[in-house]
Design a protein around this ligand. Structure first.
Ligand code: SF4
Length: 212
């Protein structure tokens, strides 16, 4: 967000990037530097830059008072030092785009660090994929499995060790490979004991940064 400030009678702006994080990470610094560079190139007169993250020791006092929930860390000086790096990243990207052919680079860990690359599905579509890819594994994946998948983009479902999977993921793996339908008769019966109508709450839609 951009907040107006007065400096020597002039209206200028403070750029504050708000993250759902508990601390400042290097990737946040780069993010703020890129945003400041973009804002300056667009003619915005920036007086400073900061990152706001959640203060994990803050306690909600009630009454709609969220003062103190976010902690602001001033990054003005760091951003100033990083602007040259931003210009260098842009030059590098322009050189790649200007090439007549795509660089021949296989997908790998770089496609997920620090975030998933927007070209991932395109790049994967250019590579031979296993018949049963690991993207079929549902739910939260253990860190060791994530690391393995990032190392081996051609990893097939049958190559994933059972030890890295939850019960549900193991069931999906084995049913997929055997082309079987899993029918949890007991679970279905237990669910149907509740009187209709049924209501479902998707917890992903209610992830608050702090308890309310
Ligand atoms: S997905 Fe992104 S990071 Fe990975 S190879 Fe393609 S362009 Fe490079």
């Amino acid at each position: 967000m951009l907040l107006p400030v007065r400096r020597a009678g002039q209206r200028r702006w403070r750029l504050i990037e708000v993250k759902a994080a508990s601390e400042v990470k290097d990737v946040h610094r780069e993010d703020v530097a890129i945003q400041c560079y973009t804002a300056r190139q667009a003619g915005v007169d920036l007086a400073g830059a900061a990152l706001a993250h959640v203060d994990t020791v803050w306690v909600y006092p009630g009454g709609g008072d969220y003062d103190g929930l976010l902690q602001e860390v001033d990054l003005t000086r760091e951003v100033r030092q990083q602007i040259a790096a931003v210009e260098d990243w842009i030059d590098q990207a322009r050189r790649v785009v200007a090439q007549p052919r795509m660089p021949e680079i296989e997908t790998g860990p770089q496609c997920h660090t620090p975030y998933e690359c927007g070209f991932l599905s395109f790049c994967q579509s250019q590579e031979t994929q296993p018949e049963h890819p690991t993207t079929l594994i549902p739910g939260k994946r253990r860190a060791a499995l994530v690391a393995l998948m990032e190392q081996r983009h051609d990893l097939a479902l049958q190559e994933v060790p059972d030890a890295l999977l939850s019960d549900r993921q193991r069931r999906v793996k084995h049913c997929t490979l055997r082309n079987e339908v899993a029918h949890d008769l007991r679970g279905a019966r237990a669910d149907l004991q509740h009187a209709l109508p049924h209501y479902y709450l998707d917890f992903e839609t209610v992830q608050f940064a702090v308890p309310i």
